[in-house]
Design a protein. Structure first.
Length: 575
């Protein structure tokens, strides 16, 4: 079903000299009234602790028009002056709601030149627009038609620094339904490629500012040589502004095309919550980041997704999307910006940006399942933390590699808070496929148990089982030791491989010394299987896909340790 929205249509127009002079006077009066009202409200609060409302400033405007110094305010339409007082009231409302900073005074040279007209201040007839205090309609260039039967409710006239005139018509419009789709995509913003999609597609960064940098530098050099206040300096300033306008227009057009395509073709879009304001503090990347237009890209995605009923999910800015292996879930310790591709210890070779986009998609779908909103970095209704980081604390209790509720360095996931019932604690290991597999193996092995020729003493059995159990305890602390950009691994992983090599001769010795049958070998093999590959691989898969890293480790630990008393008991009974 089509959705009704308020939509602004922006067009360029070319005023006559009389219209340009009238609009210039209106812009000046709007700026003057805004500054006078702001000064009056600030003075009233500073001196008398009194709050001045819009109605009070409207009454002040009537008095200002009657004074000799401000009598020129009556020469322009009163509607733009009233509208600027409403804008000031909105600015104070946003300030008191902590959505914006304290309002500042408007500058003649730096502030945006605009005036807003409501229905009583313009005439719309047969597709022509005539403003108050003007005799002739505006010569508008209709680059696209207005919606059929639409009548503007508000008209905003503005002039940009390049001297171009624009008129914005606010009308009621119906947004057509977008094609139905179930596609989901994760988007990683970058500089080499403007956007990298989880599908592997990369959208080139056009770098419009870099393309026009020479032209901009030349125009700025000419401006710097002109005498301040001269007519030639004004002409040179316009040339600089036109270069900037060319860059801005091309960037905006490109972002509009990209965002429109993404919203029409995808139902679920996952992006990262980037703090561009902080990122541009890096002076080496500030120009490139500003040229990419990440903030503008997100703004367009937000309102277009709302128009077409798409789901836009924003993942927490601290989510390690670049350092996390999208295949096995291994978290690399370091990932410098210079590393554009890296090899995980599982053997997967990743493109940095494509891997990050895939991880963002997985995290975004997890956010949807947990019921988090578009801004997961803010407080949620459950625990006040992002849904991608919501874990229960019962799983981390008593583990030796955790200290005071925090994981060791090799585990970058923050433990959450919460409790689980006893039934959940007991039955949770049964949901782990490795636990179930080991249990089946132990059952088969114990079912075919036969006392060996010389019976194995309990001490010898415990000693044999201690080797893989020690490997398990040590392997649980191993994670993310792969070196980016190479297939090498850290010293801990190499030590675990060496211990595994020592465990294999131990099993062979037991077979030769005590004449163990296939059932005994199966029992030992199940334990070794639970100790080594599980600790290094399986719980990583659970961490990546189910966000249950700690739960999987508990499952492995419980399943392996629980096998020891069973084997000891069977040996005692056999003795």
């Amino acid at each position: 079903m089509a959705r009704a929205v308020k939509r602004a249509f922006r067009y360029r127009f070319y005023p006559t000299d009389t219209q340009a002079a009238e609009l210039a006077r209106t812009f000046g009066c709007v700026r003057k009234v805004y500054n006078l009202a702001l000064a009056a409200r600030a003075e009233a609060w500073t001196l008398r602790q009194e709050r001045v409302t819009y109605h009070a400033t409207s009454a002040m405007l009537t008095g200002w028009k009657k004074t000799e110094d401000l009598a020129f305010l009556g020469e322009v339409s009163s509607v733009p002056l009233q509208q600027t007082l409403r804008h000031l009231q909105t600015a104070f409302t946003n300030f008191f709601a902590k959505r914006a900073r304290y309002p500042t005074f408007k500058s003649k040279k730096k502030s945006r030149r605009s005036a807003e007209y409501t229905r009583s201040a313009f005439r719309w007839r047969d597709g022509t627009l005539t403003l108050a205090k003007m005799d002739t309609p505006l010569a508008i260039v209709w680059s696209r038609p207005l919606p059929e039967g639409a009548t503007p409710s508000t008209v905003t006239v503005s002039q940009d620094p390049a001297g171009r005139w624009f008129v914005s018509l606010l009308c009621d419009d119906l947004i057509p339904d977008a094609p139905a789709t179930t596609a989901a995509v994760g988007i990683d913003a970058g500089l080499d490629s403007l956007l990298t999609l989880s599908t592997g597609e990369k959208i080139t960064n056009p770098r419009y500012e870099r393309a026009d940098r020479a032209r901009l530098a030349r125009a700025q050099q000419h401006l710097a040589r002109k005498q301040k206040g001269s007519a030639n300096r004004a002409k040179a300033r316009l040339k600089v502004a036109r270069v900037h306008a060319r860059i801005v227009d091309r960037r905006r057009d490109h972002l509009h095309k990209v965002t429109t395509r993404l919203v029409r073709d995808t139902q679920t879009i996952v992006i990262e919550d980037l703090t561009v304001r902080n990122m541009i503090k890096n002076h080496r990347l500030a120009r490139a980041i500003s040229d990419a237009g990440w903030r503008q890209f997100r703004t367009m995605l937000e309102y277009k997704a709302d128009w077409y009923g798409r789901d836009l999910i924003t993942v927490d800015r601290w989510y390690p999307s670049s350092k996390l292996c999208s295949t096995c879930g291994t978290l690399a310790e370091q990932m410098p910006l210079a590393v554009r591709s890296w090899t995980c210890r599982c053997g997967a070779v990743h493109d940095r940006d494509v891997n990050a986009a895939r991880n963002l998609l997985a995290a975004g779908l997890a956010v949807t399942a947990c019921g988090a909103g578009v801004r997961p970095q803010r407080e949620t209704s459950r625990t006040g933390r992002p849904a991608v980081k919501q874990e229960t604390s019962w799983a981390t209790t008593g583990l030796p590699f955790l200290r005071k509720g925090r994981m060791s360095r090799s585990w970058r996931t923050r433990p959450g808070s919460g409790r689980r019932s006893l039934v959940a604690v007991v039955t949770q290991p049964l949901t782990n496929p490795v636990t179930v597999g080991c249990a089946l193996g132990l059952t088969v092995g114990l079912a075919g148990w036969a006392p060996p020729a010389p019976l194995m003493r309990p001490v010898e059995l415990v000693a044999a089982m201690a080797v893989p159990t020690a490997l398990l305890a040590y392997g649980l602390s191993l994670h993310g030791s792969a070196v980016p950009g190479s297939g090498d691994t850290g010293p801990e992983v190499r030590l675990a491989v060496a211990l595994k090599a020592l465990a294999q001769p131990a099993v062979a010795y037991l077979v030769a010394r005590f004449g163990l049958g296939m059932s005994h070998v199966l029992v030992l093999a199940c334990t070794v299987t639970a100790a080594l590959p599980t600790a290094q691989n399986v719980f990583i898969y659970a961490a990546h896909y189910g966000r249950g890293m700690v739960l999987a480790r508990d499952s492995v630990l419980l399943s392996t340790v629980a096998a020891l008393p069973v084997l000891i008991g069977v040996s005692l009974l056999a003795t």
